[in-house]
Every structure is written in C-alpha cells, then in structure tokens.
Design a protein around this ligand. Structure first.
Ligand code: RIB
Length: 306
C-alpha cells in the first residue's frame, strides 16, 4: 500500500520562553531555533521512519528547498511537491519549561493548492492506496471526495480544527485521527469524557474508524466492533511539538504494513513519547529501529514483573 500525504510544509521558528506571552505583553525568548515542520511534513517523516512507502504532495515557495531536502533525507518521496510563488508556510512556536507549546501558523504556499494539482497528484494512486490529510492546506474537502471516488482509503487529521470543517463532506473519511479538542468540536459536544466523545463521533460518522489522542492521558481506538485504550509510555517532557504527528505517522505506517490496530497503537504511543523527550517537531521523530528496541525492552520488563 502506497501512502500519499497531501499536507503542509512549514518552517518552524521555535522560541523557548519562561511563560507564554499574554495580550499586551512583550517577553524575551531564551533560545531560538528553526526546524522543518508543518503537520504534513512531520507526519510524512514519521511514516517513512516507521517503514511506510510515503509520497508527500503539497506546495512550498522559492524558500522551501530545505523542507524538500529534509523529507528526502528521511526517505519520503518528494517528486510530487510543487514550488509556487507564495512564501513557504511557517509557524511561530513558543515552548515553555514544561514542554507545552503555543503555535501560530501562516499558511503561505500551503494555502495555494489548486484542485487541478490535486487531480494530477491523484493520477499516481489507485484503489487500496491511502490518502492522508491534515487541515493546514487548501481544498481538503475536494481531495477527500476525489480520492474516495478512486477507491483510496481516506485518513483525515482535522488539525488545526476550524469552522470551515463543517462544510467538508466528512462522511467519506475512513479514519479520523484527532485529539480531545478536535474530537469535541467535530462531534459537537462539550463532554470531558473521552468515551462519550467517541460515542458521539460514531453516531455522526458510523462507518469511520477513530483514533482519539489524549496527550499524557493516553489514547483510544474505536471502530464498528472494537474500542480499546492505549496507555502512554512516560518520559521526561522537553517539547511536545509534533508529538501528535509522530503518533499519526507511526499508527498509519503500522496499518499500512498490516499490523493489528492494537500493535499500531502501541508503536504510535511509544514513538510519540520518545518524540516529546527531544526538542523540535520533525527532528524529534524517532526511527523504527529505536522504537522496536525500546518496545522489546519494555515488554521484557513487563514479563519479568508477571
Ligand atoms: O504539529 C506541529 C506542527 O504544527 C508544527 O511543526 C507547526 O509547523 C504546525 O504546523
């Protein structure tokens, strides 16, 4: 199964701060670094590192060469990426001492993706391949509809969630991968209870599979017949940026490579816990060898306890 990720590519301008700036306040950052990011790019890198055959499609500006090179060096196929006349997308990210972040994105080239380009990209994919989308590019809904018509498995990570999502035809989505905030908004509920969020989502989209991530509270998988919980693997938190993207990439690579949902969730959970223990979004994504080694070690420790 080939994976097509039609997704954003951002230059992440990352600042370490003592506390997040409030309205009207000017603060001094303690460190500054630039990383390659964007939910799309991060998820493609996680997919490739987890062993999937992944093609990234999307747009960068004339200043986007490093974004393409970073994808290539992680093993992502980049020949479908187009360079347009907009500046590349970028993100301004504040990271505080507990590793939490506040992110502002400027879409740039990511928001100038025309339907004609999506048609051309989809010509390279067929029934049984997978299309992954996040909500940082233009024409998401068009891509979902065209891909579904061709028989692709459609995966949507509605992040960042926006009111425009209400106009998308999401009943054609096979998998939703989303966090609590996104889950609540999509389901149209205020409940704090993750199981209730899942139930509401299932009522609205009865044919879809859901992966609901809850940060340091773990995650849930739910399909028509099964619901199960996956705990986190605790780690020292340095920077949570890109943790959800790492989870998404690892989970989908597992599914694309024929792992069971339980196995894929376990791999995804460990990979994202490793990513939060390191700075940056894409540079913090672990490779498969490390994830497998640590997972085997953890399973051995568990067997010794029982
Ligand atoms: O999910 C993290 C990503 O969100 C960052 O890399 C940033 O670019 C924004 O898209």
């Amino acid at each position: 199964m080939k994976v097509l990720n039609l997704g954003s590519l951002n230059i992440d301008k990352t600042y370490t701060v003592d506390h997040f700036a409030e309205a009207g306040e000017t603060i001094q950052a303690t460190t500054y670094a630039e990383f390659c990011g964007g939910k799309g790019l991060n998820q493609s890198i996680a997919l490739a590192k987890a062993g999937a055959e992944v093609f990234h499609a999307g747009c960068v500006g004339q200043d986007g060469a490093a974004l393409i090179e970073t994808l290539e060096s992680a093993g992502v196929k980049t020949e479908l990426i187009r360079t347009n006349h907009e500046p590349s997308g970028h993100a301004v990210i504040q990271v505080n001492h507990s590793g939490q972040n506040k992110i502002m994105i400027f879409g740039g080239a990511n928001t100038h993706i025309p339907p004609g380009y999506i048609d051309q990209v989809l010509e390279h994919f067929h029934r049984g391949d997978m299309l992954l989308l996040q909500n940082e590019i233009s024409n998401v809904s068009y891509a979902i509809e065209q891909a579904k018509e061709k028989g692709l498995t459609v995966v949507f990570n509605p992040s960042p969630i926006s009111s425009s999502i209400t106009h998308y035809n999401l009943s054609k989505t096979d998998y939703f991968i989303l966090n609590e905030v996104e889950g609540r908004k999509l389901a149209g509920t205020c409940t704090e209870d993750a199981r209730e969020i899942l139930l509401e989502l299932q009522k609205k989209y009865p044919n879809s599979v859901f992966v609901l991530t809850l940060g340091d509270k773990g995650s849930y998988y739910a399909d028509e017949t099964t619901v199960f919980y996956q705990e986190i693997f605790p780690s020292d938190v340095i920077d949570t940026t890109g943790a959800g993207d790492t989870f998404t990439g690892y989970f989908l690579a597992g599914i694309a490579r024929g792992r069971s949902a339980r196995e894929a969730m376990r791999y995804a959970s460990l990979a994202s816990s490793l990513s939060v223990s390191r700075p940056g979004a894409s540079p913090s994504i672990p490779d498969e060898e490390e994830v497998c080694r640590i997972l085997a070690q953890k399973e051995k420790e568990l067997q010794m306890v029982h």
